[in-house]
Design a protein around this ligand. Structure first.
Ligand code: ATP
Ligand code: MG
Length: 220
């Protein structure tokens, strides 16, 4: 948060010191200020949301849902977002078998989109991203696998922490809140997150959600 604030402050000072009278410079600065404000807004929104979820203030509209169609929807969303980018050639595969899960629909999409965006960001255009699932006891385990950069062993325990970025010099504007939000959303639904990764080969992010109850089970 500090760096965009410092940069806005500096640009306002330069404008006040006279740059306001040079039309081109002033316009350029205003555009930069606007971009920085945009970033700060996203950051503050993410932080507020995270603290609401963490403190249990957020209530969820949990329903029994078929997993596969929601995965398909999340994949389409991420495809649309990347249509013009270099990563548009990454292959996104819905390899799920249909199971019922108990979750708020919008939150499941948010979890999947966060994981898919990361996978796209850290995978070269020839790579592949696949979503699959399996059943463990009363939980559905959902895996988002990529053939991207992978994460070295010493970073793996920390990536779900807020603001944690393996490569801080990366200029991708990410704030490092995506996975913290994923973790707290999953936990708020009674699930857990996990990660297995091999540097240079790829990563598999896993989360669990309670298996959807059939009406019969509800009646018993
Ligand atoms: P934000 O999600 O807030 O835009 P971000 O993507 O950098 O920013 P997270 O989603 O929390 O933040 O991810 C934290 C860090 O974990 C990333 O910066 C990256 O270093 C690492 N990471 C996450 N997903 C992957 C992945 N699929 N492959 C390799 N590294 C990853
Ligand atoms: Mg992210």
């Amino acid at each position: 948060l500090r760096s965009p604030i410092a940069s806005v402050k500096a640009m306002v000072e330069v404008l006040q010191d006279g740059a306001i009278n040079e039309n081109d410079v002033a316009l350029d600065f205003l555009q930069r200020i606007s971009r920085d404000l945009e970033r700060m807004t996203t950051l503050v929104d993410d932080l507020l949301e995270l603290s609401r979820i963490e403190s249990g203030q957020e209530s969820f509209n949990i329903e029994t849902l078929e997993l596969s169609p929601v995965v398909g929807e999340a994949i389409s969303l991420v495809r649309d977002q990347n249509r013009t980018g270099i990563s548009s050639r990454v292959t996104l595969i819905n390899d799920t078998t249909n199971m019922d899960v108990m979750v708020e629909r919008g939150r499941l999409i948010q979890i999947l989109v966060n994981l898919l965006q990361n996978a796209v960001k850290f995978t070269s255009p020839v790579g592949e991203i696949k979503i699959s699932n399996n059943l463990i006891d009363e939980f559905v385990e959902i895996h988002v696998s990529d053939t991207g950069s992978g994460i070295s062993e010493d970073h793996v325990p920390y990536v779900f922490e807020r603001f944690y970025k393996v490569d801080k010099s990366r200029s991708d504007h990410g704030t490092g809140l995506g996975l913290a939000i994923v973790k707290h959303l999953v936990q708020a639904h009674g699930g857990e997150v996990g990660l297995s990764s091999v540097e240079g080969e790829g990563s598999t992010f896993t989360f669990t959600l309670p298996l959807g109850k059939t009406e019969e089970a509800f009646n018993n």
